[in-house]
Design a protein around this ligand. Structure first.
Ligand code: SF4
Ligand code: SF4
Length: 328
């Protein structure tokens, strides 16, 4: 049966990793996938924790490097050079972490469930991977963890755009009751509803799909598909047939994602860390542990069910919610 190992104290990292026989990374080049934080974001994964993981890999004779892809929106991280500068400012450089940093903006097509995803080129050709994910709130998925880390972070800007464009709303006039719920929940104020008029401001719509999820009258549908479904498929494109160990950092659980310069608050107390060989299991366990402390906090904050990405992941064979939770 699948395992998820949970620990609170960083001192237990070695023990947690040995549960999954980290020695199988010996003599391997190991890609460490992580988000190194948007400019001014203060909640992203701690370089000190990443260094600990890198040291564990070096200790077993692996050759790790940190890895991420360029972003879609306006930011220095849109370019490889800009992302490297931001990463270094945030403490992700060879001197502080002990291994190189690589940022990708090229991709290789992988087809999953009838959709094409451009997986980061280096990631595509890598057999051994550690997925380090900071668990936090997210406007489009409720929660961002391992599935979000690969689903959006492991693919090119083209595919990021395809996922967002595919999650924009299509309006069905005949079904609309002009109740205004979609306008209320849109995080970007992109929808205007007045009397019997409904319109979306295209330049303001980011394609988060929250309006579609919340319409009580089925008057909205997705251009392509649910964003959480596309993310689960995209993750599968990144990790299929590879040896991946997932580590979720469930601390500094911010209201918004590491891409958000304006993320302000934490939503609940620090929880700890989860480790697994299964992206669905590690995200499911992280959500359940958060639910024990603050039930439905992501749903209440973002009007999105964060378990959808888990259910879609199971549906397409990405992983399973059947696992044993081992608490160290
Ligand atoms: S939530 Fe649905 S029914 Fe209500 S205004 Fe929006 S599209 Fe129309
Ligand atoms: S997809 Fe998101 S940003 Fe676009 S209109 Fe709907 S809720 Fe607003």
């Amino acid at each position: 049966m699948n395992k998820v190992v949970f620990f609170k104290d960083i001192e237990k990292l070695s023990e947690a990793l040995s549960t999954f026989d980290i020695s199988r990374f010996k003599d391997e080049s190991v890609l460490v996938k992580l988000h190194m934080g948007e400019v001014k974001n203060k909640f992203f994964i701690r370089p000190s924790f990443v260094r600990e993981v890198v040291q564990e890999l070096l200790h077993v004779g692996a050759s790790p490097f940190l890895y991420d892809t360029t972003v879609l929106y306006n930011s220095p991280r849109k370019l490889v050079s800009g992302y490297k500068k931001v990463a270094s400012l945030h403490g992700f450089n060879k001197r502080k972490i002990g291994c190189p940093v690589e940022i990708d903006d090229e991709g290789i097509d992988v087809e999953i469930e009838g959709n094409n995803f451009e997986v980061g080129k280096t990631l595509h050709y890598q057999s051994h991977i550690i997925c380090l994910s900071h668990v936090k709130g997210h406007i489009a998925t409720g929660m961002g963890g391992a599935i979000k880390n690969f689903g959006m972070g492991g693919v090119t800007r083209n595919t990021k755009k395809m996922i967002h464009d595919g999650s924009k709303p299509v309006f069905k006039k005949e079904a609309c009751k002009y109740c205004g719920v979609c306008a209320e929940v849109c995080p970007f104020n992109a929808i205007k509803v007045e009397n019997d008029s409904w319109k979306v401001i295209p330049r303001s719509c980011f394609g988060c799909g929250v309006c579609v999820e919340n319409c009580p009258h089925d008057a909205l549908s997705f251009v392509k598909d649910n964003l959480q479904y596309l993310l689960a498929c995209s993750t599968k494109a990144c990790v299929e047939k590879k040896h991946v160990l997932y580590i979720n950092d469930i601390n500094r659980i911010a209201d918004s994602c590491d891409c958000d310069s304006f993320a302000k608050n934490t939503l609940c107390e620090d929880i700890g860390y989860c480790v697994s060989l299964d992206p669905v299991a590690v995200d499911h366990a992280s959500l359940k542990l958060i639910d024990e402390v603050k039930k439905d906090v992501f749903q209440k904050t973002h009007h999105v069910d964060p378990y959808k990405q888990i259910r879609f992941g199971e549906q397409i064979g990405l992983g399973s919610t059947e696992y044993e939770l081992i608490k160290l």
